[in-house]
Design a protein around this ligand. Structure first.
Ligand SMILES: N=CN[C@@H](CCC(=O)O)C(=O)O
Ligand SMILES: [Mn+2]
Ligand SMILES: [Mn+2]
Length: 314
């Protein structure tokens, strides 16, 4: 089900005394013009994916369905910054009704294909990480050689057993690539040894996944920058996914599956900036924020901060 743009999610303080220089995102973000026929180049379009059905199926803590609107609330109050982006639009939410994740995904893919055709940059606000597979499918319609970069404590390479869920998305992408005779170019950054079983590590090896452990990122900045450069060079477009559980649970308590020893905001911003510097990123998402477990909107603020980094480094 599509829940259209709702202006009430974009509100906050207004600093009239500062005129144009006092503007915040809630004064900038506009409803996506669905009837507009021409390209909307260099504009960012937010699409919410209000689902935690994938998390439920993955035996996790539900609540992420409320994340898109909670992130919008924190984005609303961000001050305007200088940017190369022409416009910020909000499409509204795809809502997963009941357990009908597959139907929601179909809607997600159709909308995103259209946004990509209009040359916009979709930025999808999850939802559980079941948001990932639909994002990839939409992008794979236009680009053949996609680099998939997932910043996540988990590989999300689980077998759908029996169904698609929040932990299977990147495995499903590998199967899609195999069926369609495409390379599976997958890189996972921030992986925790304590958050993935041996079975998953083995599968990652078998599928040729590139990965950098959170420990390696803590130890040495160059561990990831060299790996990213080599990875990015061989692809035409990048799908960039940020799972909020890559952050340490102290910074991001509001996630479905918190991780210890996670990254901090500065580390993740450095990684985002580096990837976006390739100019190959075509679609992004933020997944797994779960307002039910947040403390004083700490995780929502962090998610909004990361969205701002994504937008301003495009
Ligand atoms: N999105 C992925 N989530 C993790 C959840 C792990 C957990 O619940 O402990 C995964 O499947 O590996
Ligand atoms: Mn994940
Ligand atoms: Mn994760």
């Amino acid at each position: 089900m599509i829940k259209p743009f709702d202006k009430s999610h974009w509100h906050g303080r207004v600093d009239v005394e500062d005129g144009m220089l006092g503007k915040r995102w809630h004064q900038l973000v506009k409803e996506f013009p669905k009837e507009h026929q021409a390209y909307l180049e260099k504009s960012v379009v937010f699409l919410g994916f209000a689902s935690d059905e994938g998390v439920r199926r993955n035996k996790g803590r539900v609540g992420a369905a409320k994340a898109p609107d909670a992130i919008r609330k924190m984005l609303s109050i961000l001050p305007q910054q200088d940017s190369d982006v022409n416009a910020l639009y909000d499409y509204g939410n795809v809502v997963c009704v009941g357990n009908n994740l597959e139907e929601a995904r179909d809607e997600q893919v159709q909308i995103l294909k259209n946004l990509i055709a209009k040359k916009t940059y979709p930025l999808v606000l999850g939802g559980g990480h079941e948001v990932a597979y639909g994002n990839f499918l939409a992008l794979s319609d236009k680009y053949k050689k996609i680099g998939i970069i997932n910043i996540d404590a988990h590989f999300d390479l689980r077998l759908p057993h029996p169904d698609t869920n929040s932990g299977t998305g990147f495995y499903e992408m590998s199967q899609f690539c195999e069926k369609n005779n495409r390379e599976f170019n997958y890189m996972c950054l921030g992986v925790q040894k304590t958050a993935n079983t041996k079975a998953i590590f083995e599968r990652a090896e078998k599928l040729g996944a590139h990965y950098v452990l959170a420990d390696q990122i803590h130890e040495d900045r160059r561990a990831w920058s060299i790996a990213i450069d080599a990875f990015v060079e061989k692809v035409d477009a990048i799908y960039l996914s940020l799972d909020m559980d890559v952050f340490d649970a102290a910074y991001a308590p509001g996630v479905s599956a918190p991780a210890a020893n996670g990254l901090n905001a500065f580390q993740v911003k450095g990684i985002l900036k580096h990837i976006l510097g390739s100019n190959k990123v075509r679609l992004m998402d933020v997944a797994e924020y779960n307002p039910e477990y947040d403390i004083d909107n700490r995780t929502a603020r962090l998610a909004a901060h990361m969205v701002s980094e994504m937008v301003h480094n495009l």
